[in-house]
Design a protein around this ligand. Structure first.
Ligand SMILES: Nc1ncnc2c1ncn2[C@@H]1O[C@H](COP(=O)(O)OP(=O)(O)OP(=O)(O)O)[C@@H](O)[C@H]1O
Length: 353
């Protein structure tokens, strides 16, 4: 199969009698399409030149048809428009697009974890509600393709509407505008995501969801260091990442990997959040350190990133999350909710919300 570039190269051998330039540089080769072994294009000419151009058209068709890998060549002449011809060389090589902003969204903050089950989604949901309670316009995008849990945590299950088949209308819960990849899948459906599908789904949820005006869009990422993290950091202007971990050594090791990845991607680390920091007994209020204590603080200091909050392991946090009302909304005055509010205010103090 031949390429568009090879065809253009071949056509440069022909001269445009009007300008004296080759027909590619003269800008009269338009709508060039290479489909398998068929090449089609038009020569856009001044109608007065039709007769003089016919031999050029015939020569162009013959030259392209003689190229290896070409079975059919179809060249037509059309009358030119008044607009300046486009620069074919520039059109062939579009500039690589840098990270883009999401229209209307002032800041993007990723909530990440090195491994699964450390409470990243719980933190994302409660942070979103806490920031909304501070008067911020907050969006929450659940991009955790392996286990989207925001519909359950935020208590929404309705499939989002798309009146025009292009724009997706996000849902509202506890003062937060939210969207989850889970709402686009059939319940119980197992999805095998491949790289390009993943990137497409993330891109679609970032740009096709009608987020409206937001102070911040929180992204609940899948655990670990994979395609979604990479795509998000490379394609969108992410203000920073919050890394959630538990005090266990193994989680810390994974958290370190996550931090390394964001550093390589030049995404600022806004801070770490220690979840399941201490266990507070829901009967007697006794506090104990089930997974050890102080490890995350020491690690954060070593890595030079702030420790945004220490969230206790508390039955109320799990029950409220499972019931669809994050603890910050269910029991705003509780000590458990206060820990999330501390993290929210820290982010506001950093100016990323
Ligand atoms: N501080 C906490 N106290 C009590 N339960 C918690 C706490 N944090 C999280 N949980 C519970 O632990 C479970 C896992 O939390 P969550 O789904 O937020 O983790 P995750 O890191 O997002 O997991 P994954 O991304 O692997 O699905 C949930 O049932 C949640 O309610």
């Amino acid at each position: 199969m031949t390429t568009r570039e090879a065809v253009l190269e071949e056509l440069k051998a022909l001269t445009d009698p009007g300008s004296g330039q080759d027909i590619v540089s003269a800008g009269i080769v338009r709508a060039l399409a290479v489909e398998g072994d068929t090449v089609r294009f038009v020569l856009e000419i001044d109608p007065k030149q039709a007769e003089a151009m016919e031999p050029v058209r015939a020569a162009a068709e013959a030259r392209v048809k003689a190229m290896p890998g070409v079975a059919k060549a179809s060249v037509m002449m059309t009358a030119h428009s008044e607009k300046a011809p486009p620069d074919l060389k520039a059109a062939a090589k579009p500039k690589p697009a840098g990270p883009q902003a999401v229209p209307g969204v002032k800041h993007i903050v990723a909530i990440a974890s090195g491994k699964g089950g450390v409470g990243k989604s719980t933190v994302a949901a409660n942070l979103a509600v806490a920031l909304a309670a501070e008067g911020k316009k907050v969006g929450l995008l659940d991009a955790d393709i392996y286990g989207p849990s925001q519909p359950r945590m935020m208590g929404v299950s309705k499939r989002p509407a798309s009146p025009d088949g292009k724009t997706i209308i996000p849902l509202q819960a506890h003062g937060v505008t939210m969207m989850s990849i889970g709402l686009m899948m059939q319940e119980g459906q197992a999805v095998v995501w491949r790289g390009p599908m993943l990137m497409g789904a993330l891109q679609q949820m970032m740009t096709q969801v009608a987020w409206g005006e937001l102070d911040v869009l929180l992204i609940d990422l899948p655990p670990g260091t994979g395609d979604v993290q990479l795509t998000l950091s490379q394609k969108f202007q992410v203000d920073g990442a919050v890394v959630v971990c538990t005090p266990q050594d193994v989680a810390l090791l994974d958290a370190r990997k996550g931090i390394d990845m964001f550093r390589q991607l030049k995404t600022p680390i806004l801070g770490m959040i220690e979840n399941m920091s201490t266990h507070i007994c829901s009967n007697c209020g006794h506090e104990e350190h089930l997974f050890g204590h102080g490890g995350v603080r020491a690690e954060a200091e070593k890595l030079g990133v702030p420790l945004l909050a220490e969230i206790p392991l508390h039955l109320e946090i799990r029950l409220s999350g499972d019931a669809g009302t994050p603890v910050v909304a269910a029991a705003p005055d509780s000590a458990q909710a206060a820990a999330f509010r501390v993290a929210a205010r820290e982010l506001m103090a950093q100016g990323v919300v």
